[in-house]
Design a protein around this ligand. Sequence first.
Ligand SMILES: Cc1ncc(COP(=O)(O)O)c(C=O)c1O
Length: 409
Amino acid sequence: MTLDTEKIRRDFPILSRQINGLPLIYLDNAATSQKPESVIKAISDYYRNSNANIHRGVYTLSEEATALYETTRLKLAEFLNAPGSNNIIFTRNATESINLVAHAWGRKFLFPGDEILLTNFEHHSNFVPWYMLAEEKGIKLKVAPFNGNHELDLQTFAHLLTPRVKLVAVTAMSNALGTILPLDKIIEWAHANDSVVAVDGAQATPHMPIDLKKLNCDFFSFSAHKMLGPTGVGVLWAKNEHLEKMNPFLGGGEMINTVTVEKTTWADLPNKFEAGTPNIADVAAFSAAISYLSDIGMDMVRGHEKELTVYALKRFNELSDFTVYGPKDPEKQGGAISFNHNRVHAHDVGTILNEEGIAIRTGHHCAQPLMKALGVPATARASFYIYNTNEEVDALIDGLKRVNKVFGL
Ligand SMILES: Cc1ncc(COP(=O)(O)O)c(C=O)c1O
């Protein structure tokens, strides 16, 4: 079974746009995905028909808005095969979810002399919050490197996983190289070492099936906007045993049980971690994105991207002036390919492609430690989603062949 990309593309209004007189070819899905009509409509429907503040109204509109908001939480629990839904917390983005864990769990449960084990693949969102915490509390950060195939060097990871490591914070998939990390092994080994595991699922959740019951990590963070949903919505799933013991992240309305000058007590989960009026409209509309992906099936999403990646890697072989990074093994690589021209800066490559209506990402991809380990300041990255086609990959390769002509090489 293959995806009916022609049908899918009709659901995404932006894909009929022209850029520089040519059809838009959107290959920056690792940064953010485009949105189907159903999500766009759900945002405006919410404001047209159901807008009210949630959780505290006894009138119809407020009850409707509350139901829309809470339905997304229930749908997410099913989508992620999560044990329970009251441990799904809505935040602004994956970055805020990870910061929540650093502040509310890390500050309380990590102590001077403890260690946090990261990998070289981490996005700054899963690096800087831990760096800040380490600075504040006298904690040591350790970073597991990648091997020659740009896969996690498991032997060194195991070596670094010493008894002082209280937290392993790891991405499920590298945004910069496309590498899929072996989470099963990482989590099993970390738990055997009594380390808590925080997974950055920002790249994996939009592109492959996630089964939180099976995964058995302690914290799992991601953003709606990379998976067809609106911007401004992030998710943190965490085991109840942690959330119950953690202090709140932000204080204010909604997150309390009772407030007196002498003593304030916290609301039950999930409200304890959702202070203030949340992003109701976008959480409600995120529901349409989850339905869209569920209707396709995440196995199909992964299968489609795998096919595109295999095809693109094959076509990249025609380009003698380009270096392609990442595992290049379709089982270990998601739908993101990082590359560089051997003599032309990635930004220039991106600018030339833009002339052809092709949108790729260039730069350090918020992964400067990874760029340093690769020995380059930047790469160009093409990243795929359900609406991308082999023809678009062909256009990418044709565009890249133009680079030498433009530079007279
Ligand atoms: C692996 C990874 N983690 C975290 C993030 C941060 O996501 P957001 O900017 O939505 O918070 C990104 C965004 O690109 C990412 O790729």
